[in-house]
Design a protein around this ligand. Structure first.
Ligand SMILES: [Zn+2]
Length: 54
């Protein structure tokens, strides 16, 4: 059974297994982009992938 999630940064499909070490992000670049968003407090990514804007 394959679980697929959506990358919070670029909305690409990410297969949830050992092949995707940066899940839920598709790649390290998207992970860093998201961390930058947290630092700027422009947006908040909740664990389930929902985006909440202040
Ligand atoms: Zn991505």
């Amino acid at each position: 059974m394959t679980c697929v999630v959506t990358c919070p940064s670029c909305r690409r499909d990410v297969v949830w297994n050992e092949m995707s070490p940066h899940r839920p992000f598709c790649c390290k670049r998207c992970q860093l982009i998201d961390l930058g968003g947290w630092a700027n407090e422009e947006k908040h990514i909740i664990r389930n992938g929902a985006v909440v804007r202040k």
